[in-house]
Design a protein around this ligand. Sequence first.
Ligand code: HEM
Length: 500
Amino acid sequence: MIDNQPESNNEQEVLTNRQGHPVTDNQNVRTVGDRGPTVLENYNFLEKITHFDRERIPERVVHARGAGAHGYFEAYGSLGDEPINKYTRAKLFQEKGKITPVFVRFSTVIHGGHSPETLRDPRGFAVKFYTEDGNWDLVGNNLKIFFIRDPIKFPDLVHAFKPDPVTNKQDPNRIFDFISLTPEATHMITWLFSPWGIPASYRHMEGSGVNTYKWVNADGVGYLVKYHFIPKQGVKCLTQAQAEQIQSKEFNHATVDLYEAIENGEYPEWEFAVQILSDDEHPELDFDPLDPTKVWPQEQIPLLPVGRMVLDKNPTNYFAEVEQAAFGTGVLVDGLDFSDDKLLQGRTFSYSDTQRHRIGTNYLQLPINSPKTKVATNLRDGQMTYRVDGVEAGENPHVNYEPSSMHGLKEAPKSGKDHTPYVEGPVTRQKISRTNDYGQAGDRYRAFSDEERDDLILNLVNALKQCNPDIQERMVEHFTQADPEYGSRVREGLQQSQAM
Ligand code: HEM
């Protein structure tokens, strides 16, 4: 057990209220006589109870259950045998040994803030790098890919996976109703229902940016890039039976594991690696490099380590640091850029939008979200304004606009040439042409060991046997398209389960 109690201190600080008034009685409300009723001018009581009434903020609409830790990223200063500045001018990667502080939040996706951490569900892996050029957020998951490639489908995907709006219970029939009409999800479902679908802990899982981003060098040349974290502790997962066994005793096991490891000085560490492609459509590939339902096969596009990440400090307050942490895919630094991946662009709107609602207009002034560099903006006011960004940096307090000749803020110099991709085409609503919804699902099925395939079929059959026959039929068809054996084994499993 970890002893969290500070050493006993006889010289205790005096309790005050938020107005700074010493509180002389924190045990009794003010009443008429000792039996009440209470009187309305109980200022301290009203402050205390009304603040308590507002202690919770809305949960994240997804990824509500999570745990976080502080640490650092150490750069290797190169990309394989090449200088890294050939590909990106982002400062955090340039020098060997350069340290950038980070805050990481791991999460499950579907259920609420205190739900079990043993569920079959992707895991979130969100990293905030506090770089010298401001913050960079990499908001990823543990499975390298995603269910969909078009952001307009995201609310439907989440609704299908969340509890039924009538019974308030998650229902495989709703999940597979949606998935059976979403062929591009076949690859992700194959991973999720395989033995890789329940990570043993947050320390023992991979992380991946999933979406394709860009790196930009000093000449403004862009490259397509995918990001990966590989745990030095190894990857460990739970079988369904192991997960159920753990859940019967401790449903916070992943949070406890992370916290205790760090308290005990066993700091988890990940290698941070990238895959790089030139910035074009790559017609030689049988998938689109901007499609987040696909992996970039490592045999074709190697993983190149660029640094390591260590987590060595637990939060001092869960709410302030973990619950109020706000990560978003739009938060990039100079030398990093967006690709045309549609899912990435949809996400980029969604994160800061939800955070203005979930935390508040000034969520970026909170210490966990604020960069560790100087912040100097002309943004002003709004609920819970805590500081005036530009003035602390030396701006004339009368000037909250730009341009100005009166000692206001001025635009920053450019650090390199702009990356100016040329895009043209009809404005349309259309799928990408290289969908290849089943190719990598089939490759994955065939790459699994016999035991992994057995477990995949068992987990799928156990979920699908709760579904309507037409949904089962459509799912079997998707698996058959991926690999005929895959489809026939799920079909046989379903037939046997119904015979029982
Ligand atoms: C169009 C697709 C998506 C949309 C619209 C979307 C939207 C959201 C929203 C609204 C949140 C809550 C954020 C907050 O309250 O702070 C969230 C959290 C999160 N999402 Fe997504 N998401 C999408 C796809 C993805 C994908 C593909 C991944 C993985 C690569 C992902 C990883 C995460 C993670 C890790 C979090 C939790 C961040 C944290 O720990 O605070 N999301 N997402």
